[in-house]
Write a protein that binds this ligand. Structure first.
Ligand code: ZN
Length: 131
């Protein structure tokens, strides 16, 4: 198991962790298998997303903001109900096949850590199931 620390810088942001994950896996001497990337938080997510256009990340965060607006009168006692809802909608993990030290991501795909209640230091767990 590999544990990564991700320092986020904004309330809401998407951090491309594709290279960090790839390097961490290769450093362990693992070249193939299923790479599971998981985050143990309820106000953050891991998603596969388009990696080329940073403006699209803004579009995605704004779309989530329309689904779960910050200023809605939520029942949750903390001020972060919107972040919990976005986290549940986006999910806490992705799984990517890896072969010959290459993750089989599509040309446009990257692995992103989504922060919805930052900035904070966050944890990402990577586990490879050999196959
Ligand atoms: Zn809360």
């Amino acid at each position: 198991m590999i544990e990564l620390a991700i320092q986020t810088r904004h309330t809401s942001e998407m951090v491309d962790i594709t290279e960090t994950v790839r390097e961490a896996v290769i450093k362990k001497g693992i070249k193939s298998g299923l790479v599971a990337v998981f985050t143990p938080h309820t106000t953050a997510s891991i998603v596969l997303f388009e990696k080329i256009d940073p403006k699209l990340r803004r579009d995605f965060l704004e779309a989530l903001g329309r689904i779960a607006p910050a200023n809605h009168p939520y029942h949750h006692d903390d001020a972060n109900a919107a972040a919990h809802i976005k986290s549940a909608l986006c999910g806490a993990r992705v799984v990517v096949p890896m072969e010959n030290a290459k993750m089989m991501l599509g040309e446009w795909q990257g692995i992103f850590f989504c922060e919805f209640d930052g900035p904070r230091e966050r944890k990402v767990i990577v586990q490879v199931v050999n196959g």
